[in-house]
Design a protein. Structure first.
Ligand code: FE
Ligand code: FE
Length: 183
């Protein structure tokens, strides 16, 4: 199967803000940096870097219901990555709905754009869904990723550039446009 040029997507389509303080590219880089700094393994760092990939790969689909972007992102990466990475991308919206249901301090810190999208995403999770998510082996990873996701919206953050993730991306997606990669 042909590869997927993730760096090209981040470079050419990562400038949109979607209501947040930072661009989608900075959001992805900050999220990956937070994961890496926390000692996350490569799969979890990769999921952090790519959790909003659907916004870049399917920019015209932005108006589709917000709840689908995790699912769409997972569908894009699934042929290339371990099942855990795709599952974490798929569930990053569900993890937000989970945290909103169980942690009022988390809900209070959501960005305005994230509060808006929560409504379209179905609001806080109900009891049955909560219990099902808690039983999943990758549940804790999903919560860690979601907390980095919320933190990765810092206008003043200085983090490692896209170039530092090219080797990791090439392990899974094949050749990346490294010549274009810049801080
Ligand atoms: Fe997202
Ligand atoms: Fe995000």
């Amino acid at each position: 199967m042909a590869g997927l040029d993730v760096t090209a997507l981040l470079l050419t389509r990562g400038d949109a803000h979607y209501g947040e303080a930072v661009t989608q590219r900075d959001h992805a880089l900050q999220c990956a940096a937070l994961a890496s700094r926390a000692g996350a393994d490569d799969e979890l760092v990769l999921a952090a870097l790519l959790h909003d990939l659907a916004h870049l790969a399917l920019p015209d689909g932005r108006d589709a219901p917000q709840r689908h972007h995790g699912h769409e992102g997972a569908t894009i990466v699934r042929p290339f990555v371990p099942a855990r990475v795709a599952w974490l991308i798929e569930h990053h919206v569900v993890a937000k709905r989970y945290l909103c249901a169980v942690d009022p301090s988390y809900a209070a810190r959501l960005s305005a754009a994230s509060v808006d999208s929560l409504r379209a995403q179905g609001g806080p999770l109900g009891k049955t869904e909560l219990t099902a998510l808690e039983a999943h082996p990758w549940f804790e990873d999903a919560l860690r990723l979601r907390r980095w996701d919320e933190e990765a919206k810092d206008r003043d953050a200085r983090v490692a550039p896209l170039a530092s993730w090219v080797l990791l991306l090439e392990q899974y997606f094949g050749p990346q446009t490294t010549s274009l990669t810049r801080p």
